[in-house]
Design a protein around this ligand. Structure first.
Ligand SMILES: C[S@@+](CC[C@H](N)C(=O)[O-])C[C@H]1O[C@@H](n2cnc3c(N)ncnc32)[C@H](O)[C@@H]1O
Length: 260
């Protein structure tokens, strides 16, 4: 996994094809490797009411362009954390002029050492999957929230292509039944959610069309691993949604909703 992401962020430094891919699929090139387009980021800004004076942690920030976008849009202070040193370095170098509003550090979602009561919002965009223990990770995140702070998580749950259909627990697809929901409940974190499954399907279709059009550009610059990786996830997600075996949500949990 680390090798893939290291190669991914290395390739993004030069890939014209991936730049155009992101602009056309997500609405803006923010170096995305998740599934949140600009529309979903705007939803996030709207529901969290992120603003000047607030402090945010972006967990799994990659090269920090989403963090920078959110800081620019909201005037909040955003810290990013990722386990790829190259990506963190890219983020730091690109944002030196904005250092009062942005900072980045290397860290591992499975070994978090976060300051207590530090953030108004902790954000995870398609990164909670890398946690080996959702309940433990959410406990660490909760401890790092200021009173009344929020955790926002973009999360997809669905059948992976290699899992036999009959083995996939379809009854866990509703927002209040997913493995993430279970971990939120067990931390005493009540949540709201927004169902983004239809948008996820549209985005998967768009990824495939755009990738096919850009295939010669990926070939010419010898970054076919980017093309293949994104085509694979687009096909898997499209199929799973059409089979009724995949859902995507934005979860928003508030620290002051604690029931334990
Ligand atoms: C699917 S990408 C999402 C990136 C970005 N949030 C987005 O939406 O485009 C996953 C990100 O999590 C990072 N990551 C993976 N495992 C991690 C871990 N154990 N600790 C910290 N970051 C991790 C990867 O380097 C990558 O930047």
């Amino acid at each position: 996994m680390k090798d893939f992401y290291d190669a991914f962020y290395r390739a993004l430094e030069h890939s014209r094809a991936y730049h155009v891919f992101c602009e056309r699929v997500y609405g803006k090139d923010l170096g995305q490797h998740g599934f949140a387009d600009v529309e979903q980021l705007e939803l996030l800004l709207q529901v969290t009411q992120l603003r000047l004076g607030q402090s945010v942690l972006d967990l799994g920030c990659g090269d920090g362009r989403i963090a920078e976008y959110l800081a620019d849009r909201s005037a909040a202070h955003v810290s990013g954390l990722d386990f790829i040193p190259l990506a963190v370095q890219q983020a730091q170098q690109r944002t030196t002029a904005k250092a009062e509003r942005l900072n980045f550090q290397v860290g591992d979602i499975n070994h978090l050492a976060l300051p207590p009561a530090a953030f108004n919002l902790i954000l995870s965009i398609d990164t909670i999957y890398f946690s080996e223990d959702y309940t433990a990770t959410l406990a660490a995140l909760k401890a790092s929230l200021k009173p009344g702070g929020q955790v926002a998580i973009f999360y997809s749950y669905g059948r992976e292509p290699w899992v036999p259909v009959e083995q996939f627990p379809k009854d866990r697809l509703p927002a209040d039944k997913t493995p993430l929901a279970e971990a939120l409940w067990s931390n005493g974190l009540a949540f709201q959610n927004w169902n983004l499954t239809a948008q996820d399907h549209a985005l998967a279709l768009r990824r495939k069309v755009v990738l096919e059009e850009l295939k010669p550009v990926f070939e010419a610059e010898q970054t076919m691993f980017l093309y293949e990786n994104r085509l694979g996830d687009s096909e898997g997600i499209r199929q799973a949604i059409e089979d009724g075996l995949h859902a995507r949500y934005l979860y928003l949990a508030k620290e002051n909703s604690l029931s334990t």
